[in-house]
Design a protein around this ligand. Structure first.
Ligand code: SF4
Length: 243
């Protein structure tokens, strides 16, 4: 188990008043905060159960990963994969995507929400990659966030999955699970991201966001968390967990 201790400058959000996580009853509050040893044990168990967690968005290179993540906003990974299989067979580089053109990209992704705006962004980001980055997906956050359709969460996913950076992309699953377990009391993705980066032991920095997403998607579900089969139920601080 890791002996790493909590940094002293924990974020303001982690010291703030208790907030009700999505799905939590509002009548009860958390008794305490997780200790560094408990946090280390949570991630030790995730690592033992699934040593090499993978994201579920299909891709073949950093460019197709970037496009898939841009398309995944307000869409399911399964829905994105269904649309991108044919798209990526035709266009797996910025040049090929540009040659395909916005209309054809739109046709491929029309089953996904916001497909018109997303098709436009895919073409614009392909143009920018060719023009400003030698057709390569940049590895740093500032450069990634200059690309059309790319915000902090998308940049975090690309940096983590394509380039192995210890970033924490906070989506609805990560936010809910972090609140329930007691890893963060933050109510915004940015506050939760800061808490998780400060608290999760360094050796789990790269896979941690996959574990939290998968845990939220398949076990700690929004409406009906499956606490009886949860591998961290004895540590979780969710006041309404089912045992
Ligand atoms: S015990 Fe329940 S609420 Fe806590 S992490 Fe597990 S599934 Fe979620």
């Amino acid at each position: 188990m890791s002996k790493r201790t909590l940094p002293e400058n924990r974020s303001a959000s982690s010291r703030g008043p208790a907030t009700s996580p999505p799905g939590a009853a509002k009548s009860r509050t958390r008794r305490k905060d997780l200790s560094p040893a408990e946090i280390a044990e949570i991630f030790r168990r995730f690592a033992a159960e699934n040593p090499e967690p993978k994201g579920e968005l299909e891709h073949t290179n950093p460019f197709t990963l970037l496009v898939a993540v841009v398309l995944s906003a307000q869409a399911t990974d399964a829905g994105v994969n269904k649309a991108t299989r044919a798209l990526f067979q035709k266009a797996d580089t910025p040049e090929k995507m540009l040659a395909l053109g916005e209309e054809q990209v739109r046709d491929h992704i029309k089953s996904i929400g916001l497909f018109r705006a997303k098709a436009k962004n895919v073409i614009l980001l392909s143009e920018k990659l060719i023009r400003d980055f030698g057709s390569a997906v940049p590895q740093d956050r500032d450069a990634l966030e200059t690309l059309p359709g790319v915000g902090r969460k998308t940049a975090n996913v690309v940096m983590n999955v394509a380039f192995g950076a210890p970033t924490m992309a906070v989506d609805t699953h990560v936010l809910r699970v972090s609140n329930r377990i007691g890893l963060s009391r933050g109510t915004t993705p940015l506050a939760v991201e800061a808490d998780l980066l400060a608290k999760i032991p360094r050796q789990y920095g790269v896979p941690a966001h996959h574990w939290l997403i998968l845990h939220g998607r398949y076990v700690c579900k929004a409406r009906k968390p499956e606490c009886p089969r949860c591998l961290i139920r004895d540590i979780c601080l969710f006041p309404d967990k089912l045992l």
